[in-house]
Design a protein around this ligand. Structure first.
Ligand SMILES: [Zn+2]
Length: 88
């Protein structure tokens, strides 16, 4: 799991996601399944009551607190959905 402070920290992960092009499946708002080298990973995007955003993925990189490309791929969908919710 890592704390999302800004898009800069995801630059490398986004670049990898663009190259790998994983499949992102919507489960429910804030919960996505992303295809990886060993099947699907689950990515959870949360915002707590203080406004701190956290992203958790079930892969090894995320366990070590690194932003992985699964998280980057899920976040691009999540951010789009969050924007649409705010404007609705
Ligand atoms: Zn991951």
């Amino acid at each position: 799991m890592f704390i999302l402070k800004g898009i800069e920290q995801l630059e490398n992960a986004i670049a990898k996601a663009k190259k790998v092009r994983p499949r992102v499946e919507f489960d429910r708002f804030g919960r996505y399944r992303v295809s990886g080298s060993k099947g699907y990973y689950t990515v959870i995007c949360r915002k707590d009551e203080r406004g701190i955003k956290t992203v958790a993925c079930t892969c090894k990189a995320s366990e070590r607190g690194l932003p992985c490309y699964h998280s980057a791929a899920a976040l691009s969908l999540h951010i789009g959905l969050a924007r649409r919710q705010q404007t609705a």
